[in-house]
Design a protein around this ligand. Sequence first.
Ligand SMILES: [Zn+2]
Ligand SMILES: [Zn+2]
Ligand SMILES: [Zn+2]
Ligand SMILES: [Zn+2]
Length: 340
Amino acid sequence: MLLSEQKTHLVLLFVRLKIFIFCVCRLVFCLTFEIEEVSMSGLEMDGSAVGDRSGIAESEVQIASQLRGPNASRSPRTESVVSITECPVCFDVSLPIYQCINGHIICNSCLQGLTEKNCPSCRVSLAKPTRNLALEKVLKSYKVMLPCKYSSNGCTVKRVCEEKEAHQLICPFKTYACPMSNNNNCRWEGRLDEIVDHLKGRRRPSHFVPLLFGETATFYFPAETDAESQLAIQIQTCFGTYFLIALKITAATDPNAGNEYFALVQVIGHSEVASRYAYRMELERDGRRLSWEAVPLEISDNVKHAMDKGDCLCFSSKTMMLFKNREIDLIPLVVTISEV
Ligand SMILES: [Zn+2]
Ligand SMILES: [Zn+2]
Ligand SMILES: [Zn+2]
Ligand SMILES: [Zn+2]
């Protein structure tokens, strides 16, 4: 009898112990789940607090909270959203996002760069691509932080899609093609602070471009060229800034018309730097003067496009003959840079 009572007591004790262990486990699980949810929502919502979701439609907040509910599966992390929305060609995320009829996405820049308008993923025609507004809305509404396009160069900046483009324009890790790439097929690419070193010879390969100091300098450019089109570049530095002085000679299609000459100044800096300066280019000889004044181009501006538009000092072979230094067969171009 005594033995039976002891047995019952032991069984009861065992059952209570099991219930206690179950409760402790459940409590630990709930606490862990809550902590994970808070940290994940911080990642997804631009680092803001869970309650701070201004600008997001009520229904979307409800959808988001349903996604985060205890019965739902885990909501996607920022990295997952970025990888889902990244362009399969350049691995960047940018708006607008286009898609083929099979739903494969592509960014606007890669779409414009396609030589054949076919989807890179499935080869169907992309002649009439459609926008993927749903993906764009996810990026905008949830303020997903996107890595800079130049993250592979070392940039760690992340921005929401509306602000990403503005950062990338002035990103110190942005790479630029060699300013002479069109002229001699130089494939060099480098950061803004490496351009001068590449051009003037401190860093190989180089073009050994002449560098002149001062606000006013006289550059001597070749008067003739054997090539159909030749771009010559020299560098001027003043006010702690470097400027590229570019002169292009284009052989005219009509042999009687002679060559055409185009000259301009481009600052090795962004638009904010370019807007601080003005330049004047002058050809002067025997009492004649040909002059052009403008704000320098910024480094991202296309020199060829500006010259094609005539937004520069332009003159013909006949005019050039009036200003050429006949002894040395060069064009003396006087460039004056001033602060505005
Ligand atoms: Zn792309
Ligand atoms: Zn496709
Ligand atoms: Zn960047
Ligand atoms: Zn080069």
